[in-house]
Design a binder for this molecule. Sequence first.
Ligand SMILES: [Cu+2]
Length: 124
Amino acid sequence: MTRSFLSASVIVALIAVAAPTATHFAVVKSTPSSNQTVAQVPRRIQIWFSQVPVEAVSQIKLTGADKAEVALGKVVADKESKSIYADLTAALRPGGYIVSWRSAGDDGHVQTGEIKFTFTPQKQ
Ligand SMILES: [Cu+2]
């Protein structure tokens, strides 16, 4: 076996492994968006995915810079828009926040991720 044949085989194998990931359950967009600075408290945290999210395993958690969890309303999975969302009922202090989400798509594999945003109220 020549070296070039071997590396070609390795590349083919890597593509074969990587291919299913391309169609995997993934975040399409969110509000707030990743690394966004918002001037007003968002009324709702919403994350859109590439597949219909499974409500039973869907979670949204919001934590502040002090690691304190911010209360959110019930997490809803919307089939039509392929999104999950939760309404924000509490007031936010200015600062950095992390949205931690958990959900699954067609193959049922639970995925997790984080979306960071910053709340900087506009000075009056
Ligand atoms: Cu999967």
